[in-house]
Design a protein around this ligand. Structure first.
Ligand SMILES: [Zn+2]
Length: 364
């Protein structure tokens, strides 16, 4: 908005000092004019009633942008609670369909599937088996809820004995996670998910070159229309703690810092995202979300691609724990956190609270 003294009688505008980090072609950042000084301009004028506030609200939350992560395991009528994530369960296929149906009926358009196999090995064979747990659940979901968007997490850690996201080579200097041989397995996994009917595949391993390998694997198998949502900037994070219990994917030795990103690096995150886009990613993700809003903002403004924010397990657990103690208002804090992700530029919100959020938004 520009105030011009000739038309408004207000003092002539003054230019804001330019922040070099904001000198992008960001469509959001066009405010180069200071408002008129008090008392001519009173920001509180536009905050006087709920409808007035609604009229000038810059960012909206709507259920159509939500994705609910779900954990699938074998069995029947199994709902195994995750201790640190109240309301989240490992679910057998029948129960998972029930959970997905409730979410879909509440207005959540998409689920993101993780699988917990019966057996693990050193080739992650459960990840790409045609009757693997994820493949089974995808087929069932597409049969029972054909409209629901089914996104599959593509990684090997849940299926590897050692819990790492790639093939491990043990040498004299300890264990290494091999990059290039892992790509073949990831591509095979993604193709098997597409074969089962997945609408979108989402590689989360952080191996270099995996988006290209997966795109080629999908195309070679006739799945050129299946989009890739890449975990493009996935940081090695303490916020994943409760997830490892949920997905039973804790590494048996070492940690994931040789492939997931260093939390200190924002410029490198831009390179990771640029690489994934050049390799064929259709959507990019930043994970975790709330502690990385600057990354979400930069990714959205620099690339303009559909951008997902993954509000990870501890983001959920912290809100649940504080709310259970009566320290915070769960609904207010959950919605405010998601709104912050949207404000930073996220189009897609992946959250364990998706169903509750959709309910809250519907009731207003
Ligand atoms: Zn993994």
């Amino acid at each position: 908005m520009n105030f011009d003294s000739s038309s408004t009688g207000l003092p002539r505008s003054r230019k804001l000092a330019r922040d070099p980090s904001q000198q992008s072609n960001n469509p959001i950042i066009q405010q180069s004019t200071l408002p008129a000084p008090f008392p001519v301009y009173r920001p509180r004028r536009l905050r006087q009633t709920p409808l007035l506030r609604q009229l000038v609200r810059e960012t909206q939350l709507d259920a159509g942008r939500l994705v609910l992560p779900l954990f699938a395991r074998g069995g029947h009528k199994v709902r195994r609670p995750i201790g640190a994530m109240p309301g989240v369960f490992q679910l057998s296929p029948d129960e998972l369909v029930r959970e997905a149906t409730k979410a879909f009926e509440a207005g959540v358009p998409a689920v993101l599937l993780f699988g917990i196999p019966d057996k693990k090995d050193i080739r992650a064979s459960g990840a790409y088996a045609s009757n693997g747990i994820v493949q089974k659940v995808v087929r069932l979901l597409k049969k029972e809820l054909p409209e629901l968007l089914v996104i599959t997490d593509v990684c090997l850690c849940e299926y590897m004995e050692h819990g790492h996201c790639g093939i491990v080579e043990r040498g004299r200097q300890g264990a290494r996670i091999l990059n290039d041989p892992t790509l073949k397995l990831l591509a095979r996994t993604a193709a098997s998910h597409a074969e089962a009917g997945a609408d979108i595949v989402a590689p989360s391993d952080m191996m270099d070159g995996r988006v290209r390998a997966i795109r080629q694997g999908l195309d070679a198998n006739g799945f050129e229309d299946v989009p890739i949502m890449s975990y493009a900037a996935k940081f090695a994070s303490g916020f994943y703690g409760p997830f490892r219990e949920a997905a039973e994917s804790t590494p048996q030795f070492g940690d994931r810092r040789s492939y997931q990103m260093d939390a200190a690096n924002a410029n490198e995150a831009m390179r990771e995202v640029a690489m994934d886009i050049q390799e064929g990613a259709d959507m990019v993700m930043v994970k975790p979300a709330l502690a990385y809003l600057d990354i979400i903002y930069r990714v959205k403004t620099q690339f303009g691609y559909p951008t997902a924010a993954y509000a990870v397990s501890a983001e959920y657990s912290m809100i649940k724990a504080a709310a259970a103690n009566g320290w915070i208002d769960e609904r207010a804090v959950t919605l405010e956190s998601l709104l912050a992700m949207r404000r930073a530029g996220a189009d897609i919100l992946i959250t364990y609270a998706a169903r509750e959020v959709a309910g809250w938004l519907r009731r207003g």
